[in-house]
Design a protein around this ligand. Structure first.
Ligand SMILES: [Ca+2]
Length: 106
């Protein structure tokens, strides 16, 4: 593949991360989804700097429950994307605040 831009690369990383933890049910043709167990694994391995309580099973289960819109007990790509948006939004705010404080101290 031709060289990617940073944004294209970031999207690929997010998609690859979903593929890494999701699986397809062997008995049906449903799209790939992440099980609760694998979701907890993903939180503690991949998001332990950005989210607190990633090792806390109860907190992880609450997050799964909040994200699991169709209540099938598994996280679809769309539901995973909601998590990414939920993380990105406060981070964007922190970055803007840091930029503001850098401007004020210059
Ligand atoms: Ca679901």
């Amino acid at each position: 593949m031709a060289e990617c831009t940073e944004l294209e690369w970031a999207v690929q990383v997010l998609v690859n991360n979903f593929d890494k933890y999701s699986s397809r049910c062997c008995c049906c043709k449903n799209p790939r989804r992440i099980s609760k167990k694998d979701f907890r694994k993903m939180l503690s391995r991949e998001l332990n700097h950005m989210l607190t309580d990633t090792g806390n099973r109860r907190a992880a289960d609450k997050l799964i429950c909040d994200l699991d819109e169709n209540k099938d007990g598994r996280i679809s790509f769309e539901e995973y994307w909601t998590l990414i948006g939920g993380i990105a939004s406060p981070i964007a705010q922190i970055i803007r605040q840091q930029e503001q404080s850098v401007k004020h101290t210059k």
